[in-house]
Every structure is written in structure tokens, then in C-alpha cells.
Design a protein around this ligand. Sequence first.
Ligand SMILES: Nc1ncnc2c1ncn2[C@@H]1O[C@H](COP(=O)(O)OP(=O)(O)OP(=O)(O)O)[C@@H](O)[C@H]1O
Ligand SMILES: [Mg+2]
Length: 295
Amino acid sequence: MAQIAITQFNDLSLVRQGKVRDIFDTGEALLMVTTDRLSAFDVVLPDLIPDKGKVLNQISVFWFKKMESIVKNHIITTNVNEYPDEFKPHKDILDKRSMLVKKADPLPIECIVRGYITGSGWSSYKKEGQVCGIRLPAGLKESDKLMEPLFTPSTKAEVGDHDINISFDETINLIGRTRAQELKDLSLEIYKKGAEYAFSKGIIIADTKFEFGLLDGKIILIDEILTPDSSRFWPLNDYEPGRGQNSFDKQYVRDWLIASGWDKKHPGPKLPQDVIDRTSNTYKEIYTRLTGENV
Ligand SMILES: Nc1ncnc2c1ncn2[C@@H]1O[C@H](COP(=O)(O)OP(=O)(O)OP(=O)(O)O)[C@@H](O)[C@H]1O
Ligand SMILES: [Mg+2]
């Protein structure tokens, strides 16, 4: 079973390393590689989760295709045989866990959509009855489904900092009214379509984040889409408003980490093999549920 931590292609130019993905600049395009790294509580853990990167990459590919009628996306190809020659020696590592994408100019807005009230949204609702400046009806319980999904944009903070929520007016100031409205409409439409589909497969997508970029003056969808890394996935069968929900993908890891007494600071602890195995299987199950296929 191929597991990858860091894609070390000495002769190729790594331009960015996120918590989970490594990005190479091919000149014309970008190659996005999803590794098997796992982050929990914002710390990248020392263990790898076998096949997690393949699952995440292929979930994005699945959704990008499904959303093509709504918005174009950055994918050039996911077929390793069509990658630039310099990547061909690394075909086996790259297969299924990478995509060659068009270089876009990322818009400086994180397009967050919330369909359920949880996390920071729940904290702010409890305190002030509103989420990112949007007033909500009284009497909502934690994890309740919202009447309508909310678009709550943020701006990217510097590396290591939390993103900063902004109002829709501030979004307009940053990118102009037409673009801001376009991002809002697209984000809500994609979320609704994705969440409805996932629900039919027993998965609640409670909230998510999209990124868009400009290519030849037009808005396209970039980055990753509706993956458990960019969204909160909850198993529908134990959904119950009035409490926090289990994470479909990371619950075993979180439970184990909390029980271990870890202080949530770098470095994270090694995980027991059964937690690694169960987590790997859970990612594969999510993929199979969504797509009907095996990884
Ligand atoms: N097609 C594209 N063109 C240009 N930039 C892109 C494209 N797709 C994604 N990006 C950018 O690549 C970066 C991906 O970074 P990545 O998600 O791996 O790490 P991160 O967001 O810094 O951290 P995290 O690991 O927390 O997600 C983002 O800045 C995103 O805007
Ligand atoms: Mg990211």
C-alpha cells in the first residue's frame, strides 16, 4: 500500500506545502498532490492514513465533474499519462492522488457556506443571536439545520492565523459588487446541490469552504471541493440536534487524542495501529458512499 508523506521529487519545483497537499509549479500549470498526512486540532500528526490522499483527491474530482453545469473548474487532467514529462517517472505515486490544474488568480475570499449551526457559528449565535452579522431566529439548538444555508465569507489570514470573517459589504469592497454576488450565488448553489446529494448517501455536509479564481477574466472553481478536509462531514445515522456531532472522518482520531491527554500542541502523538486502520477505512467508506466506487 503506497503511503506518502511528502512528495520528494528533487528535480521538480515544490511551490507550496499545506497541511495535507504539496503543490508543484510546472510552468504552464500546477500539479496538486494530496498526501496521506492527517491534521487534527490544526496540527499535522506524525502518522499517515493509508489512501487518505487518494480519497480526498478523488472526492474533489467527483464533485468538480458533478458541478460542471454550475461552474467551470481548474482541472486540466487527472490522467498521469498526460502529465508533463518530468512527472512521468513518479506516475505510480501520483496516480489517483493528484490533478494537473490551470493556474488561476485566486480571489482573496474564502467562500464559506453553513447549512447547520455548529462550531464558531454556534458560539457566536449563543452569545449574540447572530452568525457573521446575520441574525437568526431565537431558539435554535446546537447542530440544527438552518432554514436556508448562509454565505459567510472570510479573508485568508497569514499562514498560521485563523481566517477573519467579513461581512458581505466588506466582500464587495474587496472584489466588487458583481463578483461578490457571483461568488455568493455560486457557493450557495454548489453547496445545496452537494449537500442534497450527500444526504441521500447518509452524509450530512454541515458546512464547507470554496475557493474561486479568475482565469481569462472568468470565475472558476479552484482548490478542493466538498471534501472532509474543507467541510464538516457528519454521519446522518447518528445526527441529533442539541449537541455537537461526531465527525464522519476524524472521530476515532479525535476521541483517541482527547483521551490521550495531548495538549493539542505540536508535535502530535503517534496513533495506535487500530485507530489508523479504522480511520483509513472510514475515508474509503465515505468515498464509496458518495461515488458508489471503491478507491
Ligand atoms: N488552480 C489554482 N490556481 C492558483 N492557486 C490555486 C489553485 N488551486 C488552489 N490554489 C491555491 O493553492 C493553495 C492550496 O494550499 P493548501 O490548501 O494546500 O494549503 P493551505 O490552504 O495554505 O493550508 P491548509 O493545509 O490549511 O489547507 C491555496 O492558497 C489556494 O488558493
Ligand atoms: Mg487549503
